[in-house]
Design a protein. Structure first.
Length: 203
């Protein structure tokens, strides 16, 4: 009997989940998911009210969790960062220069296609907030480094030509080909591959 009483006492003293904290975390996550989902759908600069409505929360609750839109967009970015970066990494990086140019462009094109609206949203908003701007620049540095891992020959080019390679392989160039010139994915890949092949000498 004494053991049973002691066990009950231990259960009573064990820490219990904080229901309010759990509800707050669920609300916060619902807001992040709503904002991310709207961006994926092409609503590149959703308002706080639109996001709150999608998340099923009141506008006051929204601003209890996020003081401003910048902090929300940074949270959305942080949640998707690993999956986004993983799309651009990996792949078979062996073979001839021509093989590696093709495979690098195809790999980056896959990432640009899947995250096209996230790129558009970043371009639409990054000038408004310094941290968003810095995050966008960090992504660009990462993509440039990844391309040089695919194509180490780029490191031996003069700076002006390295910058040209970076511009040609960029998400901005990809979206120009797809959105402005309305080219197919395959035709866009061919153009980027051909331009890089001209710039990078096959020694």
């Amino acid at each position: 009997m004494s053991n049973l009483l002691q066990n009950n006492k231990n259960l009573d003293s064990a820490p219990r989940p904080d229901g309010r904290r759990e509800r707050a975390e669920r609300t916060r996550q619902a807001i992040i998911d709503a904002a991310g989902g709207m961006i994926v759908e092409g609503i590149l600069a959703p308002t706080a009210q639109q996001i709150a409505d999608r998340a099923g929360v009141g506008i006051r609750s929204f601003f209890r969790h996020f003081l401003d839109m910048e902090s929300l967009f940074l949270a959305v970015d942080g949640q998707s960062r690993d999956s986004m970066e993983a799309l651009f990494m990996g792949g078979d990086r062996t073979g001839t220069l021509d093989d590696r140019i093709l495979h690098a462009v195809e790999r980056h094109a896959q990432g640009y296609e899947i995250h096209a609206n996230a790129i558009r949203a970043a371009k639409a908003n990054f000038w408004r907030w310094e941290l968003m701007h810095k995050n966008y620049q960090r992504y660009q540095r990462g993509l440039r480094k990844d391309l040089e891992d695919w194509l180490p020959e780029v490191k031996d080019l003069p700076k002006a030509e390295r910058d040209t390679v970076d511009a040609i392989a960029s998400g901005e160039m990809w979206l120009r080909l797809r959105d402005v010139q309305e080219l197919s994915k395959q035709r866009s890949i061919e153009i980027v591959v051909n331009l890089l092949a001209v710039l990078i000498p096959n020694t």
